[in-house]
Structures are given as structure tokens and as C-alpha cells.
Design a protein around this ligand. Structure first.
Ligand code: AMP
Ligand code: MN
Ligand code: MN
Ligand code: MN
Length: 282
């Protein structure tokens, strides 16, 4: 079976490695086709593409867009997008500006907690100054000895209800799906098992996602338990979604799963990559 990994991050967003190194590492781990899916930015794709050509693997243009659906933050993968598409670029630019504004509010919270200079500290750890996220704050807190590891920073400070968390309005779900589709891509709901949404509400979400033009869901991903994988494989069939597989790799030592080291999709799933691989072969 094709070793395909359709979800990972470089230091263009909150990953640790430059795009070229992500691609080299994927190739070294036997990945044959890779989508680089940085949060809200596509600036790493050109470098990734050059390296992919060099190491002879397929590079799929991707992005992971931050969206709001009611009070929930949902991540939507755009796979096989056109990075030159104007509406997509403008939409992502707006989200990045929102991230900068959110970062100032997060830093104010840490200030009140007596943790000083976190804004400068987080930016110092961001290779791409126009893409700042919670992970950069988390690394700052670990590196300065406030907390022992990333997991604990999130648990103690950065998730909903904790003192360093600020709520934020991301792109509307419909808009993000619209940009992806307009640029020729396929919209895939990332790690659906992570959202802490009950069974009924999840079915409403999947119906709305489909209605808005979403075509796939991530079934195999590092944050899914075996039970979640089985459950979302079943839901993908029931709702007529294509199924995706991605590690969500962020860097050596920080990720639960290595690039490409994932179980295969369950047999009954329709692989999302057939949509463009068959089109290319025809
Ligand atoms: P942001 O998009 O800036 O709100 O940050 C979300 C990112 O933080 C995710 O993509 C992960 O990389 C990381 N993250 C979120 N929750 C956790 C967690 N509980 N533990 C570790 N990393 C997390
Ligand atoms: Mn991330
Ligand atoms: Mn995500
Ligand atoms: Mn991700």
C-alpha cells in the first residue's frame, strides 16, 4: 500500500524543522507522498516542492486552516490546493493577523500571572514572524523553566478554562471550505476525535461540513485512539466522506508519531488521495 502522509508541520507554522528537512525526513522514513499542511500559511510549499523533486517523493500542496464553528475551534485541511489562489491567500493573511492580535492577549494573561516577556519570547521562537501560535508560547514556558514539558503547559495554561487561554474568532467554517474549493482543493476535517463534541453534535457537524462543501475527514491520525479510528471510518462511510491519513508531525521529540508511521486506512474507507491521483493518471 502507498505510504502517504497528508498532515504535517514545518517551522513556517509551529513545527520545528524547515520545510526541506520535513520532506527529507519523510522520504527517509519511507513516505512516498506527503502533504505539508502548515497552520494558516502556505509559504513553505515552494521549498517543500523543490526538495520533494530532489528526493523523488510526491508533494501535495496543503494547509491546515483554523476555523470557528459556534464555540468550537475546528481545523480544516485543504489538500491539493493551488497556493497561488488569491482568495485563499487573502483569507489566510487575515487569519494570521488575528493570530498576532491573539498573541498580544495571551501575553497579557501571562503578564498578570507574573510570567513576563512571553510575547517577545514566543516571537523569538517563531521562525515565521507572521505565524504565531500557542506552541511558541508553550516552548517559551518550557525553555524558561516555568513548566517541565509541552503537554503540561497546555494542560495548565493554554487550553480552554486555563489562565493563559483566550477565546478567539477564527475564519468561519464555510469561508475556509470555500477558499479551499475555489483553489481546486479538497476540504478535510482534521482530527475529528479531538474536538470534545458529543455523538449527536458530531453528526450535526459532519452534516453541516458536508453541506458546506467539505469532502473528507481524517480517519487515521496520531491523536486518534483505535476506537476513534473505527468510529470515524464508520462515519466517513455513512456520510459519504473520503478518508484521510496523516501523522500531524511537528518535530522530532515533540510528536506522538513519526512521519509516515501510521496504520493503513481501514479497508472500507475511500482514500481521499484517489480523488487527485486518479485524475492525474487519467
Ligand atoms: P493554535 O493554533 O495557535 O491555537 O495552537 C494549536 C496547536 O497547539 C496545535 O496545532 C498543536 O500543535 C498544539 N497543541 C494544541 N493542544 C495541545 C496539547 N494539549 N498538547 C500539546 N500540543 C497541543
Ligand atoms: Mn500545531
Ligand atoms: Mn490541528
Ligand atoms: Mn496539524
Amino acid at each position: 500500500m502507498l505510504n502517504i502522509d497528508l498532515h504535517c508541520h514545518s517551522n513556517v507554522s509551529d513545527g520545528l524543522l524547515p520545510p526541506a528537512e520535513v520532506v527529507r525526513r519523510a522520504a527517509a522514513h519511507g513516505v512516498q507522498a506527503l502533504a505539508l499542511t502548515d497552520h494558516d500559511d502556505i509559504a513553505g510549499l515552494a521549498e517543500a516542492r523543490d526538495t520533494a523533486r530532489e528526493v523523488k517523493i510526491d508533494l501535495i500542496n496543503g494547509v491546515e486552516i483554523s476555523t470557528s464553528w459556534g464555540s468550537h475551534t475546528l481545523h480544516v485541511l485543504g489538500l491539493n490546493i493551488d497556493p497561488a489562489h488569491a482568495a485563499l491567500q487573502t483569507g489566510l493573511e487575515t487569519i494570521r493577523q488575528g493570530r498576532a492580535e491573539r498573541a498580544r492577549r495571551i501575553a497579557e494573561k501571562f503578564d498578570e500571572l507574573g510570567i513576563k516577556d512571553s510575547l517577545a519570547g514566543a516571537y523569538a521562537l517563531a521562525s515565521n514572524k507572521s505565524l504565531i501560535g500557542r506552541m511558541h508560547f508553550a516552548r517559551f514556558l518550557v525553555e524558561h523553566g516555568y513548566v517541565k514539558n509541552l503537554r503540561t503547559v497546555f494542560k495548565k495554561y493554554l487550553v480552554k478554562g486555563k489562565p493563559g487561554y483566550v477565546s478567539h474568532q477564527w475564519a468561519a467554517l464555510d469561508d475556509a471550505i470555500g477558499w479551499i474549493r475555489a483553489s481546486g482543493g479538497i476540504a478535510v476535517l482534521a482530527h475529528p476525535g479531538r474536538y470534545q463534541i458529543g455523538k449527536m453534535r458530531m453528526e450535526e457537524l459532519l452534516a453541516e461540513f458536508k453541506e458546506a462543501g467539505g469532502e473528507g475527514i481524517e480517519v487515521v491520525t496520531s491523536s486518534h485512539t483505535v476506537e476513534m479510528t473505527t468510529n470515524f471510518a464508520e462515519l466517513s462511510q455513512r456520510f459519504g466522506f473520503l478518508a484521510s491519513r496523516g501523522s500531524d508531525f511537528h518535530g522530532p521529540g515533540e510528536s506522538m508519531i513519526e512521519l509516515g508511521r501510521l496504520p493503513d486506512l481501514p479497508e472500507k474507507c475511500q482514500p481521499v488521495w484517489h480523488a487527485w491521483r486518479e485524475a492525474a493518471a487519467a
